[in-house]
Design a protein around this ligand. Structure first.
Ligand SMILES: CC(C)(COP(=O)(O)OP(=O)(O)OC[C@H]1O[C@@H](n2cnc3c(N)ncnc32)[C@H](O)[C@@H]1OP(=O)(O)O)[C@@H](O)C(=O)NCCC(=O)NCCS
Length: 308
């Protein structure tokens, strides 16, 4: 059963109203809550709430820190699954309050996002050091690709709400892969470290996630990042693939995709720093055309200049 409904306002925890704005009633008690609950209870069911991100000609956000005083709570946060605005889809099922807030901020109108982040901090719904970057999500960078082994992967830019995906990914990596990616023995991945990947400045950095869909949800199997260096029009590239998906062509695919994006945005080439004993990475990037330019302290500086 799929229940498709709307809401007048929804708060950052996912509960909302379809009856009133604050104490001002716009409708009576209807069947919305039953439909949402029925869909949630039915095997394979989905409940979808679709609403515009703003109201009153764009002057107010429909995603709000808290419902206004006197608002009628039409639906409960634990029953709502998908919330859709013109800025995307937030899947709230099974999420903590913090992740719900970040997912909903991620689909709110961009004019209200920094306000929502500040309010969420004030209400202690998100981390106090939560960073927010105003760059818009780039749908044009989304793509489906298939590896040489026939694995179908969805590639998309990182979103501000992807911290749980990245956390799960980092903690699933072997110590060896983690060490090779960061050249550091540090194994913990606290919020302060992970948020650097999800709040990137898209004018300089690009982070592309490689995802597969299983059990009705996204699984992160690898990601690539480049960071533009303004001095020489080169960008530093780093790629990492989950251990159980390595050697299936995912690294090659991420690499080629990043090369396409970099070329299109006027970058002249890539650099990469790889540990001298990291044979898989050295082989991969040599295959992609990189050459060693320097070796120092157990690491090799590799470089690829794109031809015209
Ligand atoms: C390096 C890494 C990204 C490669 O990803 P991957 O998905 O396994 O790569 P692919 O399957 O596309 O393999 C591409 C090529 O890399 C080389 N390669 C990959 N794994 C290898 C291994 N274990 N031993 C030797 N060569 C290997 C091969 O030349 C391979 O081509 P081939 O299969 O045609 O022989 C992955 O091993 C990884 O995430 N390592 C940890 C993080 C890291 O080292 N990142 C690079 C530094 S930033």
């Amino acid at each position: 059963m799929t229940a498709l409904n709307t809401a007048l306002e929804i708060d950052l925890t996912g509960q909302g109203t379809a009856e009133s704005l604050g104490g001002r009633f716009c409708g009576g008690v209807g069947g919305e809550a039953e439909f949402i609950r029925g869909a949630a209870a039915s095997p394979g069911g989905r409940s979808i709430l679709a609403l515009p991100s703003t109201r009153d000609g764009g002057s107010a956000s429909r995603i709000v820190p808290r419902l206004g005083p006197g608002a009628s709570a039409t639906f409960h946060r634990c029953d709502v699954r998908y919330v859709v605005t013109e800025y995307g889809i937030a899947d709230l099922r099974g999420k903590s309050v913090r992740d719900r807030a970040m997912s909903l901020i991620g689909i709110s109108h961009p004019n209200f996002r920094s306000w929502l982040v500040e309010e969420a901090k004030r209400l202690s719904l998100v981390y106090q050091d939560q960073v927010y970057h105003p760059a818009l999500y780039r749908e044009d960078l989304e793509a489906w690709r298939t590896t040489r082994t026939g694995l179908s992967i969805f590639l998309r830019p990182v979103r501000i709400s992807d911290e749980p995906l990245l956390k799960e990914f980092f903690y699933s990596l072997s110590d060896k892969s983690l060490y090779r990616r960061f050249a550091s023995a540090r194994k913990d991945m606290p919020h302060s470290r992970i948020q650097e990947f999800v709040t990137v400045d898209l004018s300089r950095d690009v982070v592309i996630l490689g995802l597969v869909f299983r059990d009705g949800r996204e699984h992160l199997i690898g990601f690539a990042q480049y960071s533009r260096n303004e001095r020489d029009r080169l960008a530093e590239l780093a790629v990492v693939v989950r251990d159980d998906y390595q050697r299936q062509g995912v690294g090659t695919l991420l690499h080629s995709y990043m090369t396409d994006l970099a070329r299109k945005s006027g970058i002249a080439g890539f650099t990469a720093e790889v540990l001298e004993d990291n044979l898989p990475a050295l082989r991969l990037i040599e295959k992609m055309g990189f050459e060693a330019v320097e070796a120092e302290g157990g690491a090799k500086e590799m470089r690829l200049i794109f031809d015209n």
